[in-house]
Design a protein around this ligand. Structure first.
Ligand code: ACO
Length: 173
């Protein structure tokens, strides 16, 4: 499939919210942009499946979920890195902006669902995704950006500038 430029896509949020310095650090054959309404066809779920179990809901349900995220502006920022040669997604990540009543109506960025296709791991794409999401969070006015991860991923997030703090609690339904 030929590479689809941003102007031909229906994006989740304006592309200029992705920090320019992260764009410049990517190799020429890769492109970073917001998630697009047609990304179901560009490998989105199979890249996510390197992270955890992904059940394919079908394209129309995927598209409905995309519209749910977009219906709440300034909140859901999902980004992708695309391999221009194939027009396929090779890395994904999201930051969710939580709007609080404390800290003078402050907000917090929650980084979620970071995944790099196995064939592209170890090439700094995870680092670029985290820097882009942290930039979006900070430019949104968040006083902190947080995430949960396994012990084995702690060194990766430390390389991205994060520090271990407190504990995660979970209750599955
Ligand atoms: N242990 C130690 N160091 C690591 C690890 C690790 N598990 N992963 C990466 N690093 C280091 C790299 O060596 C590199 O160090 P350097 O700058 O000294 O060379 C630095 O971290 C940056 O690594 P990247 O090349 O950017 O890592 P990559 O593109 O492979 O992305 C990621 C890392 C996202 C963990 C990827 O391997 C992946 O998708 N794994 C499977 C899914 C997953 O675990 N996702 C994260 C879940 S947590 C969440 O979503 C909030």
């Amino acid at each position: 499939m030929p590479f689809t430029p941003d102007v031909e896509l229906d994006l989740l949020f304006p592309a200029d919210q992705i920090p320019i310095d992260v764009r410049k650090q990517l190799p020429a054959e890769l492109h970073i942009r917001p998630l697009a309404s047609t990304d179901y066809r560009r490998n989105h779920l199979s890249v996510l499946s390197v992270l955890t179990v992904v059940t394919d809901p079908g394209e129309s349900a995927w598209r409905a979920q995309f519209e749910t995220l977009r219906a709440t502006p300034r909140t859901y920022y999902s980004i992708v890195i695309v391999d221009k040669a194939s027009d396929r997604i090779v890395a994904v990540g999201t930051v969710f902006i939580e709007h609080k009543f404390l800290r003078g109506l402050g907000c917090v960025g929650h980084i979620e669902d970071i995944a790099v296709d196995k064939s592209q791991q170890g090439k700094k794409l995870g680092l670029r995704i985290i820097h882009a999401l942290t930039g979006i969070s900070e430019n949104s006015g968040c006083y902190k950006t947080i995430l949960n991860c396994s012990d084995s991923n702690i060194p990766f997030y430390e390389k991205c500038g994060f520090q271990k703090k407190e504990n995660e609690m979970a209750k599955y339904a």
